[in-house]
Design a binder for this molecule. Structure first.
Ligand SMILES: [Zn+2]
Length: 291
């Protein structure tokens, strides 16, 4: 029986992918503490905000706005920075999902006291099955100016500092389904040729800091992702100021950190040339993936 695969954006690089039976979340960052709070160095995930987001994604019983099974099966953490991994063990614990990520991701869960959350350490090119989805993590490069590089080496206890959340390896995800394939590439950088053997119907493409790069770099980034994957529908992610709550409209990351307007005008030009449909992923916007 053919199923409809859909994908919903939830800020930064959070994307929920479901076929109505099995649901997968990329990352897990819904608490979105203010910059002031981040500066305090005493951070704790906010369960109320996490539940608010899960409700919007149809993953928490009452208040569902999306046609899903209502339960989450997998949380895939692309890297262990705060804006990707912060809430991920709690999301997994609240929903009964399995957590997938690097050893660093595992140390976040352990520091939170969530050793009960089932965990799978991911590796480059090592596929695993979640329901009808075949997921392959692919090693990626963080965008320029990784402020907290390296691995997490001890459990991250709360309250935590943003500095505790080191990269711990960076992954993109090829999420293949008989009825449509999604590729999620959270961070704006590329490794030449690494996506050559993959294809996708819908690409969530990291835009963060791309607007500070040269035109030729953006062209190379497009070639190594959109063109190499042969994908015709692209939604930019990691474009929003991630210290604003999800109860307010998303706003682009401001100068001098980024120029989302420049990124999108370059993407727009390349998309027109290549016959690609590209725009910013909108908050809670659900895409139907046509395989
Ligand atoms: Zn990062």
């Amino acid at each position: 029986m053919a199923m409809t695969v859909t994908a919903t954006f939830a800020g930064v690089a959070n994307v929920l992918i479901t076929d109505g039976e099995t649901s997968i979340l990329i990352d897990g960052y819904f608490s979105r503490p203010s910059l002031l709070k981040v500066a305090s160095g005493r951070l704790r995930p906010d369960e109320r905000k996490i539940k608010y987001a899960l409700n919007h994604l149809g993953m928490n019983g009452a208040g569902q706005t999306q046609p899903t099974s209502g339960h989450l099966d997998a949380v895939l953490v692309s890297h262990s920075h705060i804006d990707h991994a912060f809430d991920s063990p709690i999301v997994a614990d609240l929903t009964g999902a399995k957590l997938y990520g690097s050893r660093s991701t595992r140390l976040i869960a352990l520091g939170y006291g969530l050793e009960r959350v089932p965990f799978h350490e991911i590796g480059h090119g090592e596929p695993f099955q979640v329901g009808a989805f075949s997921v392959t993590p692919i090693i990626a490069l963080h965008s320029d100016g990784d402020r907290f590089p390296g691995e997490i080496t001890e459990p991250v206890t709360l309250p935590a500092s943003v500095k505790d959340y080191r990269t711990g390896g960076c992954f993109s995800f090829h999420i293949a389904h008989p009825d449509g394939t999604v590729f999620v590439h959270p961070t704006a950088n590329y490794i030449s040729g690494i996506l050559r053997e993959y294809g996708a119907d819908l690409l969530y493409l990291g835009a963060g800091t791309a607007g500070t790069k040269s035109q030729s770099w953006i062209e190379a980034y497009w070639r190594e992702t959109v063109e190499t994957l042969g994908v015709k529908t692209v939604r930019a992610v990691h474009w929003d100021a991630f210290w604003r709550p999800l109860t307010k409209p998303l706003k682009p990351i401001p100068r001098p950190f980024d120029r989302v307007d420049i990124t999108m005008s370059e993407f727009g030009r390349l998309a027109e040339r290549d016959g690609v449909d590209v725009r910013l992923a909108g908050l809670w916007e659900r895409e139907t993936v046509l395989g």
